[in-house]
Design a protein around this ligand. Sequence first.
Ligand SMILES: *[C@@H]1O[C@H](CO)[C@@H](O)[C@H](O)[C@H]1NC(C)=O
Ligand SMILES: *[C@@H]1O[C@H](CO)[C@@H](O)[C@H](O)[C@H]1NC(C)=O
Ligand SMILES: *[C@@H]1O[C@H](CO)[C@@H](O)[C@H](O)[C@H]1NC(C)=O
Ligand SMILES: *[C@@H]1O[C@H](CO)[C@@H](O)[C@H](O)[C@H]1NC(C)=O
Ligand SMILES: *[C@@H]1O[C@H](CO)[C@@H](O)[C@H](O)[C@H]1NC(C)=O
Ligand SMILES: *[C@@H]1O[C@H](CO)[C@@H](O)[C@H](O)[C@H]1NC(C)=O
Ligand SMILES: *[C@@H]1O[C@H](CO)[C@@H](O)[C@H](O)[C@H]1NC(C)=O
Length: 295
Amino acid sequence: MRFLAIFPALLCAVSLILAFLCLFSGHGTHSFMEDYAIVTLNTSRLGENVFNTSSSSSSNPFTAFLHNVTSTIENDIEDGLNSLAKDLGIHDFYSVHILDFCEGYYTPGAVPNATLSKSAISKNVTKCSNATAIYNFNPHQTLQQELDNSGHSNINITALGWPNEIDTAIRDLRVAAKAMFVLYCIGIALVFIAFSFAALGICFDGRLNASVNILVDWLAFVTLGIASAIATAIAVKASDVINDHGSEAGLHADKGTKFMILTWVATGLMFVTSLIWCFVCVKGRKRTSSKKLSD
Ligand SMILES: *[C@@H]1O[C@H](CO)[C@@H](O)[C@H](O)[C@H]1NC(C)=O
Ligand SMILES: *[C@@H]1O[C@H](CO)[C@@H](O)[C@H](O)[C@H]1NC(C)=O
Ligand SMILES: *[C@@H]1O[C@H](CO)[C@@H](O)[C@H](O)[C@H]1NC(C)=O
Ligand SMILES: *[C@@H]1O[C@H](CO)[C@@H](O)[C@H](O)[C@H]1NC(C)=O
Ligand SMILES: *[C@@H]1O[C@H](CO)[C@@H](O)[C@H](O)[C@H]1NC(C)=O
Ligand SMILES: *[C@@H]1O[C@H](CO)[C@@H](O)[C@H](O)[C@H]1NC(C)=O
Ligand SMILES: *[C@@H]1O[C@H](CO)[C@@H](O)[C@H](O)[C@H]1NC(C)=O
């Protein structure tokens, strides 16, 4: 029986590592595991329609004002090669992680074309916010600040078509983001306890150990499960709002599929682990009862 405890110990260890990677993705100035963001906001073509003077310009109240801004912006819209965002002094993307958010530019270009496939585009992170700053993630404010700092303070981001709905949605998601962070921390602690108990189970046989393990594994499974569900809900809600209301303004958002896989695998492993302990428990009981019968 004792050797069976090796499997839960291994699964807990893997789950622990995956949950840790979820928590710390995007950490550091150069963003550890940048591809594992919860959601990525792509601002590389923000204001494209506003600056496109060849479109129905007369009906656009901002065109006259923005026409002044710079002719390089118009040229960049025309050829579609360079980052429109860079001209404005903002970044191509803003990626949201559990602990912070990062910003940077797409290389070699932001928009896929005949020679540049989407998979060949990579993210070049230039900066990440301080840890836990995700609570204060406010893209509206960040983008306006960057516009101001680059000498484009005459451009109001609302005039570029930034929709109010995004601000409202992000305000609504702030509490969920805090709860998610706390639940990941509790979940990781529980997985660590589950791992320790499973490791003890390798050394000491006993049914008490198995039932304690079932309890801890279930708690870890439920906590990580709720945290993963909140993360998934945040990713879906944020990207839906941005794509529904922001596409006119050139905004685009991607759900973090890789992050979802990581967090749900970590959760699923804890479920499997609890099943193994159930099996150990039942088998141990059968063996002792059959022993009693033969006595
Ligand atoms: C600019 O507007 C014109 C007319 O609506 C459209 O044909 C063109 O594709 C637009 N250019 C860009 C880069 O969006
Ligand atoms: C465009 O720039 C010129 C010169 O800098 C200025 O006189 C004019 O008022 C500006 N037009 C608009 C609509 O901002
Ligand atoms: C595709 O985009 C890349 C990067 O912006 C650029 O170097 C290349 O010339 C573009 N190719 C075509 C066919 O437009
Ligand atoms: C960024 O958004 C633009 C405009 O929505 C889109 O054309 C482009 O493919 C996106 N780039 C990436 C790398 O997702
Ligand atoms: C990433 O950005 C830095 C500075 O912004 C630049 O020096 C570096 O060449 C970029 N990397 C790639 C792969 O474009
Ligand atoms: C990050 O934290 C450091 C020190 O804690 C502080 O000096 C800096 O201003 C912070 N940066 C941001 C963007 O909040
Ligand atoms: C931008 O415009 C909105 C409404 O058009 C206004 O409420 C806001 O104060 C403006 N922001 C700046 C920085 O001028």
